[in-house]
Ligand binder design. Sequence first.
Ligand code: PEP
Length: 251
Amino acid sequence: MANRTYYIAGNWKMHKTRAEAAELAGALVAGLRNGKHKYLVAPSFTSLETVGPIIRGTNIALGAQNMAAEEQGAHTGEVSVLQLKDLGVQTVILGHSERRHVYKEDDALINKKVKLALKHGLEVILCVGELLEEREAGRAEAVCETQTVKGLEGVSPGDLSGIVIAYEPVWAIGTGKTATPEDADAIHAWVRGVIGRLYGGGAAEKIIIQYGGSVKPDNAAQLMAKENIDGALVGGAALKADTFVPIAAFN
Ligand code: PEP
């Protein structure tokens, strides 16, 4: 995988009270102390203030799962980039399939969030991925290309270093179905090609593209062995140290 650093992120979704989040964060700090890769956990907003101090100064960064498209204002129920930064958040996951398909976020809204996050110095994990019917119709590449192009519209070459892409086929998220390493690698290569067309070959070589979709301890190493797969965005298996640590510590 060229000279890229593997990046393993855990998306805790809408799970865990603060006490549970603290317990998991503590276990991950201990379990990943000698981990060689780059790590991130994204707890619920309500646990960011609890988890932040536990992981500060370790090799695990603090992420949020979403943010508002505006800096502040009358947006009941939303959380702003300024509030995330105030809690020490370094990275925000944007365009997750649950945001796209359950909460109907479109590419324009996601793009607005991407640019706002970058403006404030947050790293962005931009999720892209096709639905099952789109894959079956042979449109996986086109869907991921559109989501990548539209998600990054207006992002300057200089800001691209703040972008990580996560390829997450929607049919593989939380379903126990995983893309084969070959199928996943093919989409990663495609997306890398899109980045190359938009930003040049050097940028395409550098960008980290994570795979997400039922990554587990027993399939992580095979996925990571593929040339274009540079890490993982993990949901279900990120909720327990017993399953996240072996994924994150793969060799
Ligand atoms: C995710 O939500 O980003 C995800 C990949 O979930 P899971 O690992 O549970 O499929």
